[in-house]
Design a protein around this ligand. Structure first.
Ligand SMILES: Nc1ncnc2c1ncn2[C@@H]1O[C@H](COP(=O)(O)OP(=O)(O)OP(=O)(O)O)[C@@H](O)[C@H]1O
Ligand SMILES: C=C(C)CCOP(=O)(O)O
Length: 253
């Protein structure tokens, strides 16, 4: 049983305070991962929160609009590495064999924005008993300089590469909410829920919940979106929150 888990940046950081870890939330998430029944057969991805999004907004970078300013690249990537250190440390302190993997060093987008992300190192690390910890980052982008690579995009690339049995995306909300604020049980197409989907309450350059749902629909296996309280139950095998089922993913492109 292999699990790909994204910890939202909005969960593990104080999203409105630049470069501030939410210590209690990160510790709770790391403890849940350490206690997971699946053991070490897990790939962790984390988002940007107040580390990546703050700097990305300052330099005007998004997933489609890039920067050629090397200082901007260093600022965003450097901040994400600092958050990655904090996440890896929190996991390591609890006995998880966590190791960092930095997407900026390996991935690229072509002029059409198509992402290529080598995953052999992740597969090999997992097979050797490590827990790879990747993060939203910048990525070299032909014709744009460098653009943002969201953790949700990483999840979509990694899940088939490691043959994930379960994909979980932990955010601050208990699931994807409908227009009345109720958790939507299952999403199979973007159009069916588009009117309820917004960006993020906080600074977010990768599209908030709308970007997340769109990304996860391109996965041909199911993904589950849930809140911090449901992380333990998800890792114990439950399916809390919203299940996003891309089905025939091609149709949703
Ligand atoms: N219909 C909706 N249901 C749930 N959340 C929504 C909806 N529309 C907009 N949102 C916003 O989307 C946010 C979640 O997306 P966001 O990208 O901020 O989360 P994250 O992935 O946890 O963080 P990060 O992008 O930093 O990794 C929620 O906090 C909420 O503000
Ligand atoms: C802003 C940066 C650099 C990473 C974005 O990743 P996300 O928070 O998963 O969308």
């Amino acid at each position: 049983m292999t699990v790909v888990l994204k910890l939202g940046g909005s969960v593990v950081t104080e999203k409105d305070e630049p470069e501030t870890v939410d210590r209690a939330a990160l510790d709770a998430a790391a403890s849940a991962v350490a206690d997971a029944a699946v053991g070490n057969d897990i790939v962790v991805v984390h988002g940007g929160g107040s580390f990546g999004h703050h700097h990305a907004a300052e330099y005007g970078v998004s997933t489609t609009s890039g920067t050629r300013d090397p200082a901007g690249v260093r600022a965003v990537h450097g901040a994400m590495c600092r958050l990655n250190d904090a996440v890896v440390d929190a996991l390591a302190e609890r006995g998880v064999p966590a190791v960092p993997v930095h997407p900026f060093s390996a991935a690229a987008r072509d002029a059409d924005g198509v992402l290529s992300l080598p995953t052999e190192q992740v597969e090999t690390l997992l097979g050797e008993g490590f827990v790879p910890v990747l993060h939203g980052d910048l990525v070299a982008h032909a014709g744009e300089g460098a653009t943002v690579l969201s953790g949700d995009e990483l999840v979509v690339e990694l899940a088939p590469a490691v043959d994930a049995d379960r994909v979980g995306v932990c955010s601050t909300v208990p699931g994807v909410l409908d227009e009345d604020g109720d958790v939507i049980d299952r999403i199979e197409s973007f159009e069916a829920v588009a009117s309820a989907l917004g960006g993020s309450d906080a600074t977010d350059v990768s599209g908030g919940m709308a970007g997340k749902v769109r990304s996860l629909l391109s996965l041909s296996s199911e993904a589950v979106v849930f809140g911090p309280d449901a992380l333990g139950p998800f890792l114990a095998g439950e399916r809390p929150g919203t299940t996003i089922d891309g089905g025939d993913a091609e149709v949703n492109q």
